[in-house]
Design a protein. Structure first.
Length: 322
């Protein structure tokens, strides 16, 4: 019998501070962003209270704000203070709604603000969690962190950074896949990894997802944006495709990270891939209808449970198996 773990999920990633620039509105400065923050919000929505956070925090963010938003349900032992500003970006939208990220030169850099070694992962967390969710840290630091990460029986979900799936980085996954249980790229990231074009029929992605699981992971999850999400499970040979929840799209920033937080929350309930996909889709549906991550933390468990019930009432698992 496995020992009782203190934590259900450890969230690993980065924080950014984003200045939002719209064509027809005043600048909205100091939005709380970053993959760790959005991923954590996707976990927090489901009323998880045994969660730890691993990230490096710069001097221009007050952790007390996040502590209040999470209602003291998150352990911050893994938050490491760094004597530099946080990663700072302009999140810029043009007149047609196209989004651009521009790094601000006065902010910190990935080298200082990325978890990159066992020193970033507290002793208290090692072997003491049921799952670890690693957000899209740029690959040089993600690779070194994963290589040193002690893993016993935890479920490890990794969401790859966009730069990790092309060029010389691509082959670097071969050594990491045996350690990973769930790999969760976006559609574009899977396309870049294999050097393929977009598929009109999502079933055409299945052979590529199977190839990933042949390298180690038990599950390959594919985030498809407006087309929802899909997952292939090696143990059962099943593939599911679930639709997106109908939402008013305001800003897609952080939706993939929020999805992964929701997915791992659902998966750790009973390791049911379909239910995990539904949890991820619902978490992302709350992220997409506003700017800034703070609103994600204000969503109540009652709201997400109600939306999940409505979604499952019209989305039967049998109709999602492809």
């Amino acid at each position: 019998m496995s020992a009782v773990k203190e934590f259900d999920i450890i969230m690993v990633g980065q924080i950014t501070i984003d200045d939002l620039v719209l064509m027809d509105a005043p600048v909205k400065p100091d939005n709380m962003g970053g993959d760790a923050i959005y991923g954590l919000s996707g976990i927090h929505m489901w009323n998880q209270d045994r969660v730890g956070l691993v990230m490096r925090k710069g001097t221009d963010f007050d952790l007390e704000e996040l502590r209040k938003l999470t209602k003291d349900k998150v352990d911050f032992t893994g938050v490491r203070n760094v004597d530099t500003p946080n990663l700072r970006t302009f999140e810029l939208f043009d007149r047609y709604g196209t989004r651009y990220f521009i790094m601000q030169k006065w902010g910190g850099d990935n080298k200082d603000l990325s978890p990159e070694s066992i020193d970033d992962y507290p002793e208290r967390y090692r072997g003491n969690a049921r799952a670890i969710c690693v957000a899209p840290i740029p690959f040089p630091w993600c690779r070194s962190f994963l290589a040193e990460l002690p893993k016993i029986d935890e479920i490890l979900l990794v969401d790859p950074h966009y730069d990790a799936v092309y060029g010389e980085n691509r082959s670097g996954w071969d050594d990491l896949f045996p350690k990973i249980d769930i790999w969760a790229p976006s559609e574009n990231e899977l396309m870049d990894y294999f050097g393929i074009g977009q598929k009109d029929d999502v079933r055409d992605y299945i052979p590529y997802m199977k190839e990933i699981t042949d390298k180690g992971p038990s599950v390959c999850v594919l985030k498809l944006g407006a087309r929802g999400a899909m997952a292939y499970e090696k143990g059962t040979g099943k593939t599911w495709h679930v639709p997106a929840y109908p939402s008013h799209v305001v800003d897609v920033t952080g939706c993939g990270d929020t999805f992964c937080g929701g997915f791992i929350s659902g998966y750790m309930q009973n390791r049911n891939v379909f239910e995990a996909l539904a949890h991820g889709i619902i978490a992302a549906s709350f992220c997409i209808d506003h700017y800034d991550s703070r609103s994600n933390y204000l969503v109540t468990e009652e709201e997400v449970r109600e939306r999940l019930r409505d979604f499952l009432a019209v989305t039967e698992e049998a109709n999602c198996i492809i």
